[in-house]
Write a new protein. Sequence first.
Length: 158
Amino acid sequence: MEQIEKEIKAGIGLAPIKFGMLKADVKKLLGEPDEIDNHTEGEDEGNTESWHYDELELSVSFEEIDDMRLFSIAVSGEDYEFQGKKLIGLSKPDMIHELKALSIDDLQAEEWATEDHTKQELVFSENHSMNFWLEDDELSEIQWGPLFEDEETIAWPE
């Protein structure tokens, strides 16, 4: 397994992993995943395959609609950074303050219901293709994907 950087690159990935990579290329870099999930969002969306790497506190997802290319990365470890800031574990107000200081000011929020009645909330930035998942008002996961040229055209990184 190749060493990955802990710096989140919005729209690009997590070096050396980049959005748009094929499953075989990601597997060469990260090795075999600890767990693989398959799910379908909707009739028109196709299948999504998610690989989970427990030791790295990292998940990567490939979407059938995009020829099973890497479309999403999610991290939950406190040592991951975004623009030099460690965000995982921050309270919602502290996270929003840090993101606004990093010029991410298009934040929107949605409450999510959970089966175990845990308070879960999604704060997201469409301009940066980033999701910030909060559990009981604490940031527990950052999820991001490639940027879009328009509503349908993905700007895959070089």
